[in-house]
Write a protein that binds this ligand. Structure first.
Ligand SMILES: Nc1ncnc2c1ncn2[C@@H]1O[C@H](COP(=O)(O)OP(=O)(O)OP(=O)(O)O)[C@@H](O)[C@H]1O
Ligand SMILES: [Mg+2]
Length: 499
């Protein structure tokens, strides 16, 4: 069912308080206005700058009552209103925070009163701020980003507008149009309108080959969102030593997002969870999937989700997801997902509830998504991971990335020697792999680097002995963290597939 139909149903069913979560105020307002007119109900709008005004009437005849800028006065008017009406309160969220006892209490009174009336109070805001006291009485709806048909209508309207301007050369066949609309998915109506306007100004024409302009707009969006980051990863599976079965699994799914695979009847893969010991190549693997599949890599910054900088609003996470879906097919890399949960438990009273709820948004999406966004999540602390994340259906597979075995260490050493311009075969790799029992990939890389420093300082060519002494000087993490690693291994046995 469409958003508008959902909303109208709630209004008809006399839900007293409805919270509309969206950054697209204008679009939401138009939807509400259409419902009001359809139901022949009066519509009032409230803002902290204009107070409560009847909407739709001409500007001059709007009866302004400056006193209603005060939220308490405005809410009192809602109570006093006798006729059926919809009250649209814009950006009311600052008044729904802790400490606003009087307003929150007033809203509870209103909720009770409105249940038996034909009045509805709507909050319209880009941020969800809902005190516990109001949770039961408030239904939260979030406005999804425009679907293709809406963008299509927008493009029609824009083309109508520019038709009179002779300067703009529109050459749009149905293929070109499809390309533009596909690219614009994931933008709000306002953003799509802006990007089309920019194309006209810059190119004085419109055709399918200008999709790159829309992608540029999306990159901009990704930057603004703050939770996502475009990762221009150059890594491929060549850079990843060992992890045979994981690589094999991923390679098998390399063409999973093609039209051919869809026709064959294959479901789009959802994602993998890589669980394991530090420094063994989980993050590296996420980066190389993007290289191997030739898909853009978006990194989701879990740490930021709880930072005060971006704000842990659902809207932000929803937006991040929507943007990723808009860029799709793409890889969404959620690095160190366990941090999110340590945040949601141990984060203190300040953000405990919100953080868990915000992350819930992401979990629900993981379970339900059918868009071609492949999620690669990594974690090394299972203690923090909630069971619902590990349940079947969230990820296609959970891989356990253990410390490399002897043959894997050989491969990893060879990767790092080659990466630094050395011929791997001139080193005694079997011996090196043998003496590095317990080393992680990162530690093997460090051993190679520090051996290079030694050799360089002595003005010698790098040889096996340099690496051997670097190895001797290293105490691998596996020894100091033996217990944690054993614990992780025990846990993974039977629950995860060995990478
Ligand atoms: N299997 C591997 N093959 C090649 N290089 C590796 C491998 N594992 C680790 N490395 C090297 O170690 C570095 C660190 O690895 P990476 O960041 O992927 O570890 P991680 O598993 O994500 O660790 P953490 O849990 O600490 O995030 C990599 O950039 C890479 O150079
Ligand atoms: Mg990592």
């Amino acid at each position: 069912m469409s958003f508008a139909a959902d909303l109208e149903l709630l209004i008809r069913a006399r839900y007293p308080l409805i919270y509309l979560l969206t950054g697209e105020e204008l679009r939401a307002q138009e939807i509400v206005a259409a419902i009001a007119s359809h139901r022949q109900t009066k519509l009032y709008e409230w803002t902290c700058t204009g107070g409560l005004v009847m909407s739709g009437t001409s500007v001059q005849s709007r009866q302004r009552n400056p006193a209603t800028k005060d939220p308490m006065v405005a809410l009192e008017q809602v109570l006093e209103q006798i006729e059926p009406a919809i009250f649209l309160f814009k950006d009311f969220h600052p008044f729904l925070v802790k400490g606003q006892h009087a307003i929150i209490r007033k809203l509870r009174d209103i909720a009770l009163n409105l249940k038996n009336s034909h009045k509805t109070l709507l909050f319209l805001s880009p941020i969800l701020e809902l005190p516990v006291e109001l949770e039961k009485d408030t239904s939260v709806l979030s406005l999804p980003l425009p679907v293709r048909a809406e963008l299509d209508a927008l493009l029609d309207r824009i083309l109508d507008d520019v038709a009179s301007l002779k300067q703009i050369d529109v050459q749009l066949d149905s293929i070109g149009r499809d390309r533009l609309l596909d690219a614009a998915l994931g933008l709000t109506l306002g953003e799509a309108e802006n990007v089309f306007a920019r194309i006209f100004v810059k190119h004085s024409r419109l055709s399918g080959d200008l999709v790159s302009e829309i992608f540029a707009e999306k990159q901009q969006l990704i930057r603004k969102n703050g939770l996502l980051e475009y990762f221009g990863a150059g890594e491929t599976f060549e850079d990843l030593g060992g992890l045979r079965s994981l690589k094999h699994w991923l390679l098998q799914r390399a063409c999973a997002f093609t039209a051919e695979a869809r026709e064959y009847g294959l479901p789009a893969p959802k994602g993998v969870l890589l669980l394991g010991v530090q420094g063994c190549g989980k993050s590296l693997c996420a980066k190389s999937v993007s290289g191997a599949w030739q898909l853009p890599l978006l990194r989701f910054d879990v740490g930021r989700m709880f930072g005060s900088f971006v704000g842990s609003s659902e809207e932000n996470v929803r937006r991040a997801i929507a943007v990723a879906e808009g860029v799709a097919p793409a890889i969404l890399w959620i690095d160190e997902i366990d941090k999110a949960f340590s945040g949601s438990h141990g984060g203190g009273a300040s953000n405990g509830g919100t953080a868990a709820r915000v992350f819930g948004t992401l979990l629900t999406w993981l379970a339900e998504k059918d868009s071609p966004v492949f999620v690669v999540a990594t974690a090394n602390d299972i203690g923090h991971l909630p069971p619902e994340l590990l349940r079947k259906g969230r990820f296609d597979e959970i891989f356990f990335v253990d410390l490399p075995t002897e043959p894997e260490r050989l491969e990893i050493l060879a990767v790092h020697l080659r990466r630094r311009g050395r011929v791997a075969e001139t080193f005694d790799l079997p011996q090196l792999a043998h003496v590095t029992e317990g080393f992680s990939g990162a530690e093997l890389e460090q051993a190679v680097i520090s051996a290079m420093f030694d050799a360089f300082a002595a003005r010698n060519a790098l040889d096996t002995d340099h690496i051997l002494s670097a190895v001797a000087a290293t105490v691998p993490l596996a020894r100091t963290m033996h217990e944690q690693i054993t614990h992780l291994r025990d846990w993974a046995t039977g629950r995860a597939r060995l990478a």
